[in-house]
Design a protein around this ligand. Structure first.
Ligand SMILES: [Zn+2]
Length: 320
């Protein structure tokens, strides 16, 4: 069913694109003063190249700093502007994405959970994912709860992550230690989650701005105030000391309403940031709350025509 839906989306987007409707609509569409902040985690190089090829024809790619200045009325930006952001600092970015950014000379921002760069360990929820998808065990125990693995491993992964995201940092790390102490699983699922190194980050600085995404990628909503300050300001300090540049932008880990609140946003604001990005779907306009900016998650969008048709809002009958 999903395959059929993908084919329909692709045909529809090609028709809109090839007929010239997309570019005509982009000139006249209402709300064209909005900026779309795109969000990626992992994306295949050929798909990302196709996204960028289509984007540069129909949109202007601006930096996140330009976008923030625009939202505060300090800068004018071209109509139909977009910002490219990536989260979680996977090594795949260096191999597959950075060469394309360089080739097309477009700016991007990467949000970095700094502990994983220091430790060179994949992020905790990716280790959980590798375990859930690679284990032969029938169930996993998280504290007092038992999660059955079953056929649908994606569901099991979400259940385990939700349980761990409901714990304090101390309890989460104790549960993770317990989970991995005797775990046996194939490591073929973990390779894609290897983090960038500081050397790779330094090499990309001319094209990519590296910004804060906490130390350990926790659910900020459940942290004590001192833990919030440590995670948010600690990651800013670590990046600034290591890269010798000022860090002004922040992205909430996980980024949905369940993962931050007013208190969390206040700690970010007081920590010396200009804005904070969510993963709540939407575009941004002047006057928006800078500490709850929406983004459009693009990891699963199969080609550039679909992306541009979706961004143009000519997406009349396929909403997902
Ligand atoms: Zn993240």
């Amino acid at each position: 069913m999903q395959a059929v839906k993908d084919i329909i989306k692709s045909r529809y987007s090609s028709l809109m694109w090839n007929s010239g409707l997309v570019s005509a609509w982009l000139k006249f569409r209402p709300r064209k003063h909005l900026v779309a902040i795109l969000n990626y985690h992992h994306i295949a190089s050929d798909v990302f190249a196709d996204h960028v090829r289509s984007l540069v024809k129909a949109f202007r790619v601006i930096s996140l700093a330009e976008c923030c200045d625009y939202l505060q009325g300090r800068l004018d930006v071209p109509t139909n502007s977009v910002v490219i952001t990536f989260d979680d600092a996977y090594r795949q970015f260096f191999d597959d994405v950075f060469p394309i950014l360089k080739q097309y000379d477009v700016p991007a921002t990467m949000f970095v959970p700094t502990d994983s760069i220091d430790s060179q360990e994949p992020l905790w929820f990716n280790r959980v994912k590798a375990l859930v998808f690679g284990t032969r065990q029938e169930s996993l125990r998280i504290d007092d709860a038992v999660v059955n693995i079953g056929e649908d491993r994606q569901r099991a992964y979400h259940e385990v992550t939700a349980l761990l995201n409901g714990c304090s940092l101390e309890a989460r790390d104790a549960s993770l230690d317990h989970l991995f102490r005797d775990a046996s699983f194939s490591d073929r699922h973990i390779a894609r989650y290897r983090p960038l190194t500081w050397e790779q980050i330094r090499e990309m600085r001319e094209f990519v701005t590296f910004e804060a995404h906490t130390l350990s990628h926790p659910n900020l909503r459940i942290l004590d105030s001192w833990e919030l300050v440590r995670e948010i300001e600690g990651s800013k300090r670590r990046l600034e000391e290591t890269l010798n540049h000022e860090v002004r932008h922040f992205a909430f880990p996980f980024g949905q309403r369940a993962h931050f609140n007013d208190d969390v946003a206040d700690v970010v604001r007081r920590g010396g940031f200009d804005c904070a990005l969510t993963t709540i779907r939407g575009s941004c306009g002047p006057g928006d709350d800078l500490f709850r900016l929406p983004r459009i998650v693009c990891d699963g969008i199969n080609n550039g025509r679909i992306l541009v048709t979706r961004l143009s809002n000519l997406w009349v009958f396929l909403s997902t």
